[in-house]
Design a protein around this ligand. Structure first.
Ligand code: ATP
Ligand code: MG
Length: 147
């Protein structure tokens, strides 16, 4: 998981510098997913793209990976943006859903990213979720590990 995360982050180098975002990564070297790299990359690209897009300038985003004892690993991406209202949290994984459209006209997007993540993750019997209280957002996904 770690090398894929490093590679995905490098795709966003320019935006990260531009917004002066601090990136923290916490993924064990020996956390290996039993899923084709392209899928892992798609999940990470969408979560990380959102985190960078929505976090406030000069804030921190965190990407972590945790081994669970049920054979799945949990990938977690945390940002320090405006958060997502609780009433919308259940819907962000729907196709074309975007929170408060008017406010976000300046932030590009089609509202497909998270629907793709959910589709991929559930295809591997994993789960996705979001949590957001007042400030910042936590997105997570579980995917099967090799052991
Ligand atoms: P796309 O990913 O297709 O380019 P998008 O980013 O708008 O477009 P999703 O990634 O599916 O679409 O996200 C859906 C909506 O959820 C976003 O439009 C935004 O309103 C909200 N959202 C997603 N991630 C965050 C986040 N980290 N902080 C705040 N809001 C978010
Ligand atoms: Mg997106």
């Amino acid at each position: 998981l770690k090398d894929t995360a490093v590679r995905v982050l490098s795709l966003f180098n320019e935006k990260i510098t531009e917004k002066a975002i601090e990136v923290k990564m916490d993924i064990p070297e020996d956390l290996i997913l039993a899923v084709d790299k392209d899928y892992v990359e798609q999940v990470l690209v969408n979560y990380v793209d959102n985190a960078i897009k929505y976090t406030y300038p000069k804030t921190k985003i965190t990407i972590s990976g945790v081994k669970q004892d049920n054979g799945f690993a949990r990938i977690v991406v945390i940002d320090n943006g405006p958060g997502i209202p609780i009433k919308d949290q259940a819907r962000v994984f729907e196709r074309f859903f975007r929170v408060e459209k008017s406010r976000q006209r300046d932030v590009g997007g089609t509202g497909l990213g998270l629907a793709i993540v959910k589709h991929i993750v559930e295809g591997f019997k994993g789960e996705v979720g979001v949590r957001s209280i007042e400030k910042g957002t936590v997105f997570w996904a579980t995917l099967p590990m090799c052991y």
